[in-house]
Write a protein that binds this ligand. Structure first.
Ligand SMILES: [Ca+2]
Length: 500
């Protein structure tokens, strides 16, 4: 502003001089000065330049016509040899480099003016404006990322992040908000793609989703397995998994397991469940059978393919109940079988019991992309040990903890539990937490901010137990479950019943 005021003052001064009868010489001098060559508008390049492509520079404008114009293109500060026209064809070698052009005008009398263009990074997509992340309405049920206007032909690919970590499977511009995202800071990104350009990423600011409205720990669901003795667990909540993995194209469920799962292996029994117990339990029994009944992956002795030598059981809430966050626990007793060569000798060889979950989106995200939570896994070869493990897509693809079960996993009743919140998992046995895993700890996708379903099973043989020979596997062991209980955890926890 001060400069402008000065110019105005100068004009007034000249006018005053003229008004006062200035000489013709003074007038001519002023006129000549205004006709000196000057740049009215400089040479310009388009705001976005791809590669390969032909770029036409817009010529500079001068107040008087030059007698000659020359051009020189630059990559960075280096003049490009032979690039002396008003157009330039980029190549992929120019990507990410600064392109500019310099226009030189020579005027009558020899005066030379140089007009430099703007610098443009080749292959860079530039957007005018920022992305906006906002709820689509005042009920806060969906967030939408709205992008600035994209260049013609550009496409956007969306991704969503919770506390900075990618939310698997969410690729639309809109995210439905539900209990999965409680307490998370959500952000969205859009990758902008355009032929001849580098991909560009546009991010949003964060929106914080509210946490639970209470901090309660109430029980949401419990099964005491107290139906009539000899019956199957409630069909409203459970189904028996059948087979050896054949139908699923998995050899022994992908683990070289030797059992064939039958529904008859899963029964309500009357048993000693200890102090305060209800004398009822689910019992999953492993039994040795003669070959010739069921298809298994391993060769049989009679030269047909009905080679399975063991039956056992697996029950699952898949398609019936799913769990999202909260506290999930089961009280379990593992009972040894006997040595295959001497029934007087107890043996746990080859027994592989588990209490675990898989992501309920397994049909769309095959393992390990669905995520797996092994709340309890133990092993007939190392009967004091307990494993609590997460499996997920990543490298490595699992993380977990190992601890000693108080008194031994195959001795007495123990409570195995999962404490589960957004981005946070704790494993415990008999109330003692032995492993905590946060989403930030793993090098992979966190597949645990979504519903999972629960399972109990007693596998026989397989890699986890050292792939023992058939002739060495214990006979007649079982897994008993007094109850399974699902509670809220500090307000987190949603029981989801399938409407199928
Ligand atoms: Ca019970």
């Amino acid at each position: 502003m001060p400069l402008r005021r000065n110019l105005f003052a100068t004009v007034i001064a000249i006018g005053s001089i003229l008004g006062a009868g200035a000489s013709a010489g003074q007038f001519s001098a002023a006129n000549a000065a205004s006709n000196a060559p000057k740049v009215i508008s400089t040479a310009t390049l388009p705001a976005m330049i791809g590669a390969p492509t032909k770029v036409n520079a817009t010529a500079a404008k001068f107040n008087v016509s030059p007698t000659k114009i020359t051009w020189q293109w630059f990559i960075g500060t280096a003049a490009v040899k032979g690039a002396t026209k008003s157009s330039f064809t980029t190549s992929s070698n120019n990507l990410d480099k600064k392109l500019s052009v310099q226009e030189t005008a020579i005027f009558k009398g020899g005066k030379k003016l140089v007009a430099k263009s703007n610098l443009v990074v080749v292959g860079k997509i530039t957007l005018s404006g920022t992305a906006l992340l906002a709820y689509t309405d005042n009920t806060n049920t969906a967030l939408k990322l709205t992008l600035p206007t994209l260049p013609a032909g550009a496409t956007a690919t969306y991704s969503w992040l919770g506390d900075g970590l990618v939310i698997d499977g969410e690729t639309s511009d809109t995210l439905q908000i539900d209990a999965r995202y409680a307490s998370l800071n959500l952000t969205a990104k859009a990758k902008i793609s355009l032929p001849q350009f580098r991909d560009s990423t546009v991010g949003s600011t964060a929106v914080s989703v509210a946490g639970p409205s209470t901090n309660g720990n109430e029980v949401l669901w419990q099964d005491n397995f107290d139906g009539a003795v000899g019956t199957s667990p409630s069909a409203a909540d459970w189904h028996s998994v059948i087979g050896n993995g054949f139908a699923e194209n998995l050899k022994g469920w992908g683990n070289h397991e030797r059992e064939y799962y039958v529904a008859d292996a899963n029964k309500i029994v009357s048993t000693d469940t200890g102090v305060g117990g209800d004398s009822s339990a689910l019992q999953i029994s492993a039994n040795k059978i003669d070959e010739g009944l069921y298809h298994c992956w391993y060769p049989d002795l009679a030269d047909d393919d009905l080679g399975c030598r063991f039956t056992s059981g697996k029950i699952s809430t898949a398609g019936k109940i799913s769990f999202l966050y909260g506290h999930l626990e089961a009280r379990v007793r593992l009972n040894s079988g006997v040595d295959p060569t001497n029934s007087a000798i107890a043996s746990t060889n080859g027994m592989w019991p588990a209490f675990w979950t898989l992501g309920s989106d397994q049909a769309q995200h095959a393992w390990p992309n669905c995520g797996e939570i092994d709340i309890m896994e133990t092993n007939g070869q190392q009967t004091d040990n307990l494993w609590g493990t997460l499996h997920y897509p990543g490298t490595p693809s699992y993380m977990g903890g190992i601890t000693a079960v108080p008194g031994g996993a195959f001795k007495g009743w123990h409570t195995y539990a999962l404490d589960w919140k957004p981005n946070h998992i704790e494993f415990s046995v008999d109330g003692i937490v032995y492993k905590i895993i946060d989403a930030q700890d793993i090098n992979g996708l966190w597949e645990f901010n979504k519903p999972h379903y629960a399972m109990f099973n007693l596998a026989v043989g397989g890699y986890f137990v050292g792939d023992p020979k058939l002739a060495d596997i214990a006979v007649g062991g079982n897994m008993q479950v007094d109850y399974i209980k699902y509670s809220k955890l500090d307000g987190y926890g949603t029981l989801i019943r399938s409407t199928n």
